[in-house]
Ligand binder design. Structure first.
Ligand SMILES: Nc1ncnc2c1ncn2[C@@H]1O[C@H](COP(=O)(O)OP(=O)(O)OP(=O)(O)O)[C@@H](O)[C@H]1O
Length: 319
Protein backbone atom coordinates (compact mmCIF):
# COMPACT_ATOMS: atom_id res chain seq x y z
CA UNK A 1 0.00 0.00 0.00
CA UNK A 2 1.45 3.38 -1.01
CA UNK A 3 2.11 5.95 1.69
CA UNK A 4 -0.31 8.80 2.16
CA UNK A 5 0.74 12.11 0.57
CA UNK A 6 -2.23 14.24 1.63
CA UNK A 7 -4.81 13.66 4.29
CA UNK A 8 -7.50 15.98 5.56
CA UNK A 9 -10.13 15.40 8.16
CA UNK A 10 -13.29 17.42 8.42
CA UNK A 11 -11.80 20.65 7.07
CA UNK A 12 -13.86 23.78 7.48
CA UNK A 13 -13.34 27.33 6.28
CA UNK A 14 -15.67 30.18 7.05
CA UNK A 15 -14.84 33.59 5.60
CA UNK A 16 -15.97 36.43 7.82
CA UNK A 17 -16.09 40.06 6.91
CA UNK A 18 -18.46 42.99 6.48
CA UNK A 19 -20.92 41.35 8.89
CA UNK A 20 -21.22 38.36 6.59
CA UNK A 21 -20.18 34.74 6.91
CA UNK A 22 -19.45 32.50 3.93
CA UNK A 23 -19.17 28.81 4.73
CA UNK A 24 -16.90 27.99 1.81
CA UNK A 25 -15.76 24.57 3.07
CA UNK A 26 -17.98 22.55 5.39
CA UNK A 27 -16.25 19.32 6.21
CA UNK A 28 -14.03 18.09 3.39
CA UNK A 29 -12.11 14.88 4.09
CA UNK A 30 -9.80 13.35 1.56
CA UNK A 31 -6.83 11.07 1.32
CA UNK A 32 -4.30 11.03 -1.51
CA UNK A 33 -1.70 8.31 -1.90
CA UNK A 34 1.85 8.91 -3.03
CA UNK A 35 2.12 8.67 -6.78
CA UNK A 36 -1.57 9.25 -7.31
CA UNK A 37 -3.26 11.70 -9.69
CA UNK A 38 -6.15 12.93 -7.60
CA UNK A 39 -8.99 15.24 -8.61
CA UNK A 40 -11.10 17.57 -6.53
CA UNK A 41 -14.11 18.05 -8.77
CA UNK A 42 -17.02 20.41 -8.30
CA UNK A 43 -18.96 23.22 -9.94
CA UNK A 44 -17.95 26.86 -9.53
CA UNK A 45 -18.14 28.01 -5.94
CA UNK A 46 -18.02 24.46 -4.53
CA UNK A 47 -15.04 25.31 -2.32
CA UNK A 48 -12.22 23.83 -4.39
CA UNK A 49 -9.92 26.87 -4.43
CA UNK A 50 -10.43 27.38 -0.71
CA UNK A 51 -9.46 23.75 -0.06
CA UNK A 52 -6.51 24.17 -2.40
CA UNK A 53 -5.51 27.30 -0.46
CA UNK A 54 -5.64 25.47 2.88
CA UNK A 55 -3.60 22.53 1.59
CA UNK A 56 -0.97 24.83 0.14
CA UNK A 57 -0.72 27.02 3.30
CA UNK A 58 -2.26 30.18 1.82
CA UNK A 59 -5.61 29.91 3.61
CA UNK A 60 -5.99 29.27 7.34
CA UNK A 61 -8.65 26.65 8.07
CA UNK A 62 -11.37 27.47 10.58
CA UNK A 63 -11.24 23.91 11.91
CA UNK A 64 -10.21 20.39 10.95
CA UNK A 65 -6.84 18.81 10.43
CA UNK A 66 -4.49 18.19 7.50
CA UNK A 67 -1.20 16.57 6.63
CA UNK A 68 0.55 17.40 3.42
CA UNK A 69 3.80 15.69 2.40
CA UNK A 70 4.38 14.66 5.99
CA UNK A 71 3.85 18.06 7.64
CA UNK A 72 1.00 20.15 8.99
CA UNK A 73 0.24 23.20 6.81
CA UNK A 74 -0.96 25.18 9.84
CA UNK A 75 1.71 24.26 12.40
CA UNK A 76 4.60 23.97 9.97
CA UNK A 77 3.86 25.88 6.76
CA UNK A 78 7.55 26.30 5.95
CA UNK A 79 8.12 22.55 5.65
CA UNK A 80 4.99 22.10 3.57
CA UNK A 81 5.96 24.93 1.22
CA UNK A 82 9.39 23.42 0.80
CA UNK A 83 7.97 20.03 -0.15
CA UNK A 84 5.23 21.01 -2.56
CA UNK A 85 4.81 22.87 -5.83
CA UNK A 86 1.63 24.86 -6.38
CA UNK A 87 0.14 26.42 -9.50
CA UNK A 88 -2.76 28.76 -8.79
CA UNK A 89 -5.47 29.89 -11.17
CA UNK A 90 -3.86 33.18 -12.06
CA UNK A 91 -0.70 33.98 -13.95
CA UNK A 92 1.79 34.60 -11.15
CA UNK A 93 4.90 34.75 -13.34
CA UNK A 94 7.08 37.81 -12.84
CA UNK A 95 6.39 39.96 -15.88
CA UNK A 96 9.73 41.78 -15.58
CA UNK A 97 11.57 38.53 -16.24
CA UNK A 98 11.97 36.04 -19.04
CA UNK A 99 10.51 32.54 -18.85
CA UNK A 100 13.86 31.02 -17.89
CA UNK A 101 14.63 33.76 -15.37
CA UNK A 102 11.32 33.02 -13.66
CA UNK A 103 12.46 29.44 -13.17
CA UNK A 104 15.99 30.42 -12.11
CA UNK A 105 14.67 32.81 -9.49
CA UNK A 106 12.45 30.13 -7.98
CA UNK A 107 15.40 27.74 -7.84
CA UNK A 108 17.68 30.34 -6.27
CA UNK A 109 15.01 31.22 -3.74
CA UNK A 110 14.78 27.54 -2.81
CA UNK A 111 18.52 27.42 -2.22
CA UNK A 112 19.78 25.91 -5.49
CA UNK A 113 23.02 27.17 -6.99
CA UNK A 114 22.75 29.50 -10.01
CA UNK A 115 24.06 26.76 -12.22
CA UNK A 116 21.70 24.06 -10.99
CA UNK A 117 18.72 26.40 -11.11
CA UNK A 118 19.49 27.41 -14.69
CA UNK A 119 20.20 23.88 -15.81
CA UNK A 120 17.02 22.47 -14.29
CA UNK A 121 15.02 25.40 -15.63
CA UNK A 122 16.28 24.83 -19.15
CA UNK A 123 15.63 21.08 -18.91
CA UNK A 124 12.08 21.63 -17.76
CA UNK A 125 11.39 24.19 -20.51
CA UNK A 126 12.64 21.70 -23.08
CA UNK A 127 10.62 18.93 -21.57
CA UNK A 128 7.46 21.03 -21.90
CA UNK A 129 8.16 22.03 -25.49
CA UNK A 130 9.40 25.51 -24.58
CA UNK A 131 13.12 25.02 -25.15
CA UNK A 132 13.22 27.99 -27.51
CA UNK A 133 11.08 30.28 -25.33
CA UNK A 134 13.49 30.65 -22.41
CA UNK A 135 14.43 34.19 -23.42
CA UNK A 136 10.86 35.30 -24.07
CA UNK A 137 9.46 37.92 -21.71
CA UNK A 138 6.38 36.68 -19.88
CA UNK A 139 3.97 38.97 -21.75
CA UNK A 140 5.03 37.39 -25.03
CA UNK A 141 3.88 33.92 -23.93
CA UNK A 142 0.46 32.54 -24.91
CA UNK A 143 -1.91 31.41 -22.15
CA UNK A 144 -0.96 27.77 -22.66
CA UNK A 145 2.77 28.57 -22.68
CA UNK A 146 2.51 30.64 -19.50
CA UNK A 147 0.65 27.79 -17.84
CA UNK A 148 3.41 25.36 -18.81
CA UNK A 149 6.07 27.73 -17.48
CA UNK A 150 4.19 27.95 -14.18
CA UNK A 151 4.02 24.16 -13.96
CA UNK A 152 7.74 23.95 -14.81
CA UNK A 153 8.44 26.50 -12.08
CA UNK A 154 6.44 24.46 -9.57
CA UNK A 155 8.43 21.35 -10.51
CA UNK A 156 11.85 22.99 -10.27
CA UNK A 157 12.41 21.94 -6.68
CA UNK A 158 11.21 18.38 -7.38
CA UNK A 159 8.23 18.62 -5.07
CA UNK A 160 6.68 15.61 -3.35
CA UNK A 161 3.24 16.84 -4.41
CA UNK A 162 2.27 19.05 -7.33
CA UNK A 163 -0.90 21.08 -6.72
CA UNK A 164 -2.78 22.52 -9.67
CA UNK A 165 -5.82 24.76 -9.25
CA UNK A 166 -8.01 24.55 -12.38
CA UNK A 167 -4.98 23.95 -14.61
CA UNK A 168 -6.75 24.21 -17.96
CA UNK A 169 -9.37 26.82 -17.18
CA UNK A 170 -9.55 29.38 -19.97
CA UNK A 171 -7.34 27.39 -22.36
CA UNK A 172 -8.54 26.42 -25.81
CA UNK A 173 -9.45 22.73 -26.34
CA UNK A 174 -6.25 21.81 -28.21
CA UNK A 175 -3.99 23.43 -25.59
CA UNK A 176 -6.01 21.70 -22.90
CA UNK A 177 -5.46 18.29 -24.47
CA UNK A 178 -1.71 19.00 -24.82
CA UNK A 179 -1.51 19.91 -21.17
CA UNK A 180 -3.38 16.73 -20.21
CA UNK A 181 -0.78 14.75 -22.14
CA UNK A 182 1.99 16.47 -20.21
CA UNK A 183 0.32 15.83 -16.86
CA UNK A 184 -0.26 12.18 -17.76
CA UNK A 185 3.45 11.77 -18.51
CA UNK A 186 4.42 13.34 -15.20
CA UNK A 187 2.02 11.08 -13.38
CA UNK A 188 3.36 8.02 -15.23
CA UNK A 189 6.79 8.97 -13.90
CA UNK A 190 5.46 8.82 -10.35
CA UNK A 191 4.66 12.48 -9.62
CA UNK A 192 1.88 12.86 -7.05
CA UNK A 193 -0.65 15.36 -8.37
CA UNK A 194 -3.67 16.97 -6.79
CA UNK A 195 -5.72 19.05 -9.17
CA UNK A 196 -8.96 20.90 -8.81
CA UNK A 197 -11.24 21.11 -11.77
CA UNK A 198 -14.80 21.94 -12.70
CA UNK A 199 -14.49 19.99 -15.95
CA UNK A 200 -15.98 16.50 -15.62
CA UNK A 201 -14.06 15.48 -18.69
CA UNK A 202 -10.77 16.57 -17.15
CA UNK A 203 -11.32 14.58 -13.97
CA UNK A 204 -12.29 11.53 -16.04
CA UNK A 205 -9.28 11.92 -18.32
CA UNK A 206 -6.59 12.51 -15.70
CA UNK A 207 -7.52 11.35 -12.26
CA UNK A 208 -7.20 7.89 -10.75
CA UNK A 209 -9.36 8.91 -7.86
CA UNK A 210 -11.75 11.78 -7.46
CA UNK A 211 -13.50 13.57 -4.63
CA UNK A 212 -16.71 15.23 -5.78
CA UNK A 213 -17.51 18.38 -3.82
CA UNK A 214 -20.50 20.69 -3.82
CA UNK A 215 -21.45 23.54 -1.47
CA UNK A 216 -18.25 22.95 0.51
CA UNK A 217 -18.97 19.30 1.26
CA UNK A 218 -17.62 15.98 0.06
CA UNK A 219 -20.33 14.18 -1.88
CA UNK A 220 -18.38 11.06 -2.78
CA UNK A 221 -14.83 9.79 -3.28
CA UNK A 222 -13.33 6.97 -5.27
CA UNK A 223 -12.08 5.86 -8.64
CA UNK A 224 -14.28 6.56 -11.63
CA UNK A 225 -15.36 2.91 -11.62
CA UNK A 226 -16.17 3.00 -7.92
CA UNK A 227 -18.12 6.22 -8.23
CA UNK A 228 -20.13 5.11 -11.21
CA UNK A 229 -20.91 1.72 -9.72
CA UNK A 230 -21.80 3.17 -6.33
CA UNK A 231 -23.83 6.20 -7.21
CA UNK A 232 -24.24 6.69 -10.88
CA UNK A 233 -24.39 3.12 -12.08
CA UNK A 234 -27.62 3.86 -13.81
CA UNK A 235 -27.93 5.37 -17.23
CA UNK A 236 -30.17 8.41 -17.36
CA UNK A 237 -32.87 8.83 -19.99
CA UNK A 238 -34.01 12.45 -20.23
CA UNK A 239 -37.26 13.21 -22.00
CA UNK A 240 -37.85 16.91 -22.63
CA UNK A 241 -41.48 17.95 -23.09
CA UNK A 242 -43.08 21.18 -24.19
CA UNK A 243 -42.42 23.94 -21.61
CA UNK A 244 -45.15 24.07 -18.97
CA UNK A 245 -46.11 20.39 -19.34
CA UNK A 246 -47.24 18.71 -16.14
CA UNK A 247 -45.61 15.32 -15.70
CA UNK A 248 -48.07 14.13 -13.03
CA UNK A 249 -49.79 11.59 -15.26
CA UNK A 250 -46.66 10.07 -16.68
CA UNK A 251 -44.57 9.48 -13.55
CA UNK A 252 -46.55 6.52 -12.21
CA UNK A 253 -46.69 4.52 -15.47
CA UNK A 254 -42.95 5.16 -16.02
CA UNK A 255 -42.08 3.93 -12.52
CA UNK A 256 -43.80 0.62 -13.35
CA UNK A 257 -41.61 -0.01 -16.41
CA UNK A 258 -39.32 -3.00 -15.66
CA UNK A 259 -35.74 -1.84 -15.13
CA UNK A 260 -36.60 1.71 -14.02
CA UNK A 261 -35.01 2.38 -10.63
CA UNK A 262 -35.99 6.00 -10.14
CA UNK A 263 -37.72 8.93 -11.83
CA UNK A 264 -37.40 12.65 -11.41
CA UNK A 265 -39.47 15.51 -12.76
CA UNK A 266 -37.52 18.69 -13.41
CA UNK A 267 -39.92 21.26 -14.92
CA UNK A 268 -40.99 19.63 -18.15
CA UNK A 269 -38.04 17.23 -18.24
CA UNK A 270 -38.60 13.68 -17.11
CA UNK A 271 -35.46 11.88 -15.97
CA UNK A 272 -35.49 8.13 -15.74
CA UNK A 273 -32.69 6.16 -14.06
CA UNK A 274 -32.18 2.63 -15.27
CA UNK A 275 -29.50 -0.04 -15.35
CA UNK A 276 -30.89 -1.58 -18.51
CA UNK A 277 -31.54 0.69 -21.44
CA UNK A 278 -32.86 -2.07 -23.66
CA UNK A 279 -36.59 -1.63 -23.94
CA UNK A 280 -36.75 1.19 -21.41
CA UNK A 281 -36.31 4.10 -23.83
CA UNK A 282 -39.23 3.12 -26.11
CA UNK A 283 -41.38 2.26 -23.09
CA UNK A 284 -40.73 5.69 -21.54
CA UNK A 285 -41.55 7.42 -24.81
CA UNK A 286 -44.73 5.40 -25.15
CA UNK A 287 -45.77 6.44 -21.64
CA UNK A 288 -45.34 10.12 -22.57
CA UNK A 289 -47.27 9.70 -25.78
CA UNK A 290 -50.04 7.72 -24.04
CA UNK A 291 -50.39 10.57 -21.57
CA UNK A 292 -50.88 12.91 -24.55
CA UNK A 293 -47.64 14.83 -23.94
CA UNK A 294 -45.57 16.46 -26.66
CA UNK A 295 -41.97 15.23 -26.59
CA UNK A 296 -39.33 17.67 -27.86
CA UNK A 297 -36.14 15.75 -27.20
CA UNK A 298 -34.83 12.48 -25.81
CA UNK A 299 -31.26 11.82 -24.71
CA UNK A 300 -29.45 9.00 -22.97
CA UNK A 301 -26.41 9.35 -20.76
CA UNK A 302 -24.33 6.33 -19.89
CA UNK A 303 -22.88 6.05 -16.37
CA UNK A 304 -20.25 8.78 -16.00
CA UNK A 305 -19.28 11.49 -13.56
CA UNK A 306 -22.18 13.48 -14.94
CA UNK A 307 -24.71 10.83 -13.93
CA UNK A 308 -22.93 10.41 -10.58
CA UNK A 309 -23.35 14.12 -9.89
CA UNK A 310 -26.98 13.98 -10.96
CA UNK A 311 -27.62 10.97 -8.73
CA UNK A 312 -25.90 12.65 -5.77
CA UNK A 313 -27.47 16.09 -6.02
CA UNK A 314 -30.56 15.74 -8.19
CA UNK A 315 -29.15 18.59 -10.27
CA UNK A 316 -27.58 18.72 -13.69
CA UNK A 317 -23.85 19.41 -13.54
CA UNK A 318 -23.08 22.88 -14.92
CA UNK A 319 -19.49 23.72 -15.74
N1 LIG B 1 -11.59 35.50 0.37
C1 LIG B 1 -12.89 35.21 0.37
N2 LIG B 1 -13.75 35.94 1.13
C2 LIG B 1 -15.07 35.66 1.16
N3 LIG B 1 -15.67 34.66 0.46
C3 LIG B 1 -14.87 33.91 -0.32
C4 LIG B 1 -13.44 34.14 -0.42
N4 LIG B 1 -12.92 33.22 -1.27
C5 LIG B 1 -13.95 32.46 -1.69
N5 LIG B 1 -15.12 32.86 -1.13
C6 LIG B 1 -16.46 32.25 -1.31
O1 LIG B 1 -16.37 30.91 -0.89
C7 LIG B 1 -17.14 30.06 -1.74
C8 LIG B 1 -16.25 28.97 -2.32
O2 LIG B 1 -15.31 29.58 -3.19
P1 LIG B 1 -14.09 28.82 -3.86
O3 LIG B 1 -13.33 29.81 -4.69
O4 LIG B 1 -13.36 28.05 -2.84
O5 LIG B 1 -14.87 27.79 -4.80
P2 LIG B 1 -14.37 27.06 -6.13
O6 LIG B 1 -15.02 25.73 -6.10
O7 LIG B 1 -12.90 27.10 -6.22
O8 LIG B 1 -14.99 27.93 -7.26
P3 LIG B 1 -14.25 28.63 -8.49
O9 LIG B 1 -13.97 27.54 -9.44
O10 LIG B 1 -15.32 29.58 -8.96
O11 LIG B 1 -13.03 29.30 -7.91
C9 LIG B 1 -17.76 30.95 -2.78
O12 LIG B 1 -19.06 31.28 -2.33
C10 LIG B 1 -16.87 32.18 -2.77
O13 LIG B 1 -17.58 33.32 -3.15
Amino acid sequence: MAAIAIETSNLHKTYRGGGREVHAVRGISLSVREGEAFGLLGPNGAGKSTTFGMLTTRVQPTSGSMRVAGADPVADPVSVKRRIGAVTQHNTLDRQLTALENLEFRGRFAGLSVRTARQRGQELLERFGLGDRGDAMVHRLSGGQAQRVMIARALLTRPAVLFLDEPTSGLDPQTRVNLWEMLREMHAEGQTILLTTHYLEEAEALCERITVVDHGRTLASGSLEELTSLKGGDSVVSVVHEPGTSLMNVLEPVRRIPGVSRTEADDATLRVFTDRLHGVVPAVLRASLDAGLLVLDVSVRRPSLETVFLALTGREYRE
